[in-house]
Design a protein around this ligand. Structure first.
Ligand code: UDP
Length: 327
């Protein structure tokens, strides 16, 4: 069983990874500065409070906990913010990861599981996007993640770092028992906002454009259950611990839903009227991003098992009505 430093371990996805690591008998050490993370979500192992731009905090985390591997989630991840403030994204995502890689090199830690994104692909003209699709990001968020992928490749070649890079499509849902779930400050993600509208915490959900070249004019995304995502991270870690080679794979379901369809399913699952109105397109949004997940099955034995859209909305709905939400 391994000690794993989890950067961004207090964030939505990082916390679910910590929970899965602990359930599998590993020790997740959460490294987070709480700029976007939640103190309540740190409950599966020790905490080191710090940010990636603080090299001394990283060195101290490696010296104190001597992890065998790193799972790297800490990043800024909002498409629209990245268009408005690209320099923040380059400093935090690329500069921060450079610090992390140097700290790993100096501490002799050579296993990394990295959260990348489908945003590296930009807007491919493909029904299902495979890993070899051209990488042409349409926003700075995707560009910074692609830059980090390349940096990991270069550092790996020079210093023997092995990395499993996961390109996530859209992540949704909450822990099955609603112990932890999704929340952001401010919230910008579709499903939490739709559920806020269902709860009356906001008046309506605004659809970001309806003139995309998709069947109903709304953007189409591939939604993946956060617990399926966490399982993939365990498999990636096990691959590295057992000496497996570096790998880059997509994580998604292979089925897309439009914004309109998500709102419709949320009305059905919650039984609440959810008022929707039309707004402008969001800068940097590709029309359609749907995963070809076949390589994850071939190379890792992973496939999504809980990622039915109704199930993801139902799990997020239980969480959104519980005591941990907006804590
Ligand atoms: N979206 C929307 N209204 C909102 C929030 C999101 O129409 O209030 C759309 C967004 O433009 C995108 C999809 O929902 O097409 C998923 O957005 P989200 O921010 O959840 O994830 P992203 O695709 O940016 O990773």
């Amino acid at each position: 069983m391994a000690t794993v430093l989890v950067t961004g371990g207090a964030g939505y996805i990082g916390a679910h990874a910590c929970r899965a690591l602990a359930a599998a008998g590993h020790l997740p050490v959460c490294f987070d500065d709480f700029r976007t993370g939640w103190r309540d979500a740190v409950r599966f192992g020790p905490l080191v409070e710090g940010g990636l731009l603080d090299r001394a905090a990283l060195d101290a985390a490696f010296a104190t906990h001597r992890p065998e591997a790193v799972m790297h989630f800490a990043a800024l991840s909002l498409v629209a913010e990245s268009v408005a403030h690209p320099e923040r994204y380059w400093r935090n995502n690329v500069g921060g990861t450079l610090n992390l890689l140097e700290a790993m090199r100096d501490a002799g830690v050579r296993r990394l599981v990295f959260s990348s994104t489908a945003a590296v692909y930009g807007e491919p003209d493909l029904a299902l996007i495979p890993e070899h699709a051209p990488q042409r990001p349409t926003n700075p968020y995707g560009a910074t993640k692609l830059a980090v992928e390349r940096m990991i490749g270069d550092v790996g070649a020079a210093h023997g770092l092995r990395a499993v890079v996961f390109r996530y499509f859209n992540v949704a849902g909450a822990a099955a028992d609603a112990e932890i779930g999704e929340q952001h400050r401010p919230e910008t993600h579709l499903i939490p906002l739709v559920l806020d509208a269902a709860l009356g915490r906001r008046e309506a959900i605004t659809m970001n454009g309806d003139d995309y070249p998709t069947p109903d004019g709304a953007c189409v995304r591939d939604y993946l259950h956060v617990e399926d995502l966490a399982d993939a991270h365990l498999l990636g870690l096990e691959r590295l611990l057992s000496g497996g080679e570096s790998l880059t794979v997509n994580l998604g379901v292979g089925r897309g839903y439009s914004v309109r369809e998500v709102i419709e399913r949320a009305r059905a699952v919650t039984g609440r009227p959810i008022h929707a109105r039309l707004g402008p397109r969001r800068a940097g949004d590709p029309a359609r991003l749907v995963c070809d997940p076949s390589q994850a099955l071939t190379d890792l034995g992973w496939r999504a098992t809980r990622s039915n859209l109704d199930q993801m909305i139902a799990d997020a709905w239980v969480w959104a009505q519980g005591p941990g939400y907006e804590s």
